[in-house]
Structure formats: structure tokens, C-alpha cells
Design a binder for this molecule. Structure first.
Ligand code: CA
Length: 230
């Protein structure tokens, strides 16, 4: 069964009005929703209810969304959509390596929130499908095992977040070819639109820091290409 149908979502937001509005909307879409209003509550709800996706506000009482993300991702990898107050927080969210997959800046449209949630859940399904198609790609000394979701650089294993891995897989499917940020966002995040280009930039930055900056070429104003490797 696909994880998207009837998925359980944990909504973490300390503003009662926003929390309830998001919860009602997601329930209306057929999702099961559990709620938390602070850092410690989010972590205990996560442990108790084992959600398929977490919607996470950054500024929270107790401890913040970064810390929540770090703790829950250490327990079990799960897609996390962060709700931020500022657009420039995207780099921080992704760069900290806390495991956020995507972010939405407040105020956001409910329609966009629902679309992003759906896209993230479908991505989990797609990743499960890919794992059934064993393929290993070698690009110079970079090795990507799509089935096992493992990556090596010069025979040393590199640990990527699920989003970084999907991004690398997408780039590695056509080495040397420039993929636009919009295309990458549509492919990896499963949601067409220009709104996610900063998310793509942030994840490319994080990916570079792990596999080597010179492996991903930037074509300014266009997008990115994975170097075929020597
Ligand atoms: Ca807040």
C-alpha cells in the first residue's frame, strides 16, 4: 500500500489558530493528524504515534524546530516540512543538516501546504519503488547504489539525507547534463513550480559539502550538472 493514502501527519505549531487550521485542512484531505504545540511534546508525540510526515514550525517553546528535527531524525528517518518565518532561513535549515526536506515560508497558502505534503509523501513511495530496481552508477570515484541508497567517494562511504540522496540520484541519471532548478525541484520534490528553487540551492550546497564541491557544476541562472568524473 502506498504511504500517501491515509498517512499520519504530526503537526507541530505553537500558534493554536494556525495549528488547528492546518490540522482541519489536512483531516479534510483524508489524513490522520496528531498535534503538538512545543518541542518536548513534538518528540513524545513522534515516538508515540509514529507519523509518516512531520510539519514543523521553527520557533517553538521548550526547544526549537531544529532540535526537534535532529532528535526525531536520529530516531527514525521521516519526511519533514519546516514552517519558517523568513525565506533566508532555508539555507540555515538545510545547512545545519538537521534533516528538513522542504520548507514553507509564513504566511503560506493552505493549498500550497497540502500540495507540498502530498508531494513529500509520494516521494517516499517513489523511493521505495526505486529500491526495488537495483542499479549502481559509477562516475569517476563516485559510486551511487540506488537500491541500497548508499554513496561512496573514493571508497569512503558518505552519509546523505534522503533528500540529498534523491537529488544526487536525479543528477546522476544524466551526468554532464544541466538540469534546471525548476526541473530538479519537480523531479526530486515532486511538486512543479518555481517556489522551490531556493530549496534546491540549499540542498545542492549541502550535497556539495559531502561529496565535494567540484562534483556539482553550477550553470548560473540555469541550474546544475553532475560532473561525469575522470
Ligand atoms: Ca512558532
Amino acid at each position: 500500500m502506498s504511504v500517501s493514502a491515509g498517512a499520519r501527519i504530526l503537526v507541530v505549531e505553537d500558534e493554536p489558530v494556525i495549528n488547528q487550521a492546518v490540522t482541519d485542512r489536512l483531516r479534510g484531505q483524508g489524513y490522520e493528524v496528531v498535534q503538538a504545540w512545543d518541542g518536548p511534546g513534538a518528540v513524545s508525540q513522534f515516538t508515540e504515534t509514529a507519523p509518516d510526515l512531520v510539519l514543523l514550525d521553527v520557533m517553538l517553546p521548550g526547544f526549537d524546530g531544529h532540535e526537534v528535527c535532529r532528535r526525531i531524525q536520529a530516531a527514525r528517518p521521516v519526511p519533514v516540512l519546516m514552517l519558517t518565518a523568513r525565506d533566508d532561513e532555508a539555507d540555515i535549515l538545510v545547512g545545519l543538516g538537521v534533516g528538513a526536506d522542504d520548507y514553507l515560508t509564513k504566511p503560506f497558502r493552505m493549498r500550497e501546504l497540502v500540495a507540498r505534503v502530498g508531494a513529500l509523501l509520494r516521494r517516499v513511495d517513489r523511493a521505495a519503488e526505486l529500491a526495488n530496481r537495483p542499479t549502481t552508477t559509477d562516475l569517476g570515484d563516485l559510486r551511487v547504489d540506488a537500491a541500497a541508497r548508499r554513496v561512496w567517494v573514493a571508497e569512503t562511504e558518505v552519509h546523505l539525507t534522503p533528500t540529498e540522496f534523491d537529488l544526487l540520484l536525479c543528477l546522476a541519471a544524466s551526468p554532464g547534463v544541466v538540469l534546471t532548478r525548476e526541473n530538479l525541484y519537480a523531479e526530486v520534490w515532486g511538486w512543479p513550480g518555481a517556489s522551490g528553487t531556493r530549496t534546491v540551492d540549499s540542498h545542492v550546497k549541502a550535497l556539495r559539502s559531502k561529496i565535494g564541491a567540484d562534483r556539482v557544476r553550477t550553470v548560473h541562472g540555469v541550474g546544475y550538472a553532475l560532473e561525469p568524473g575522470a
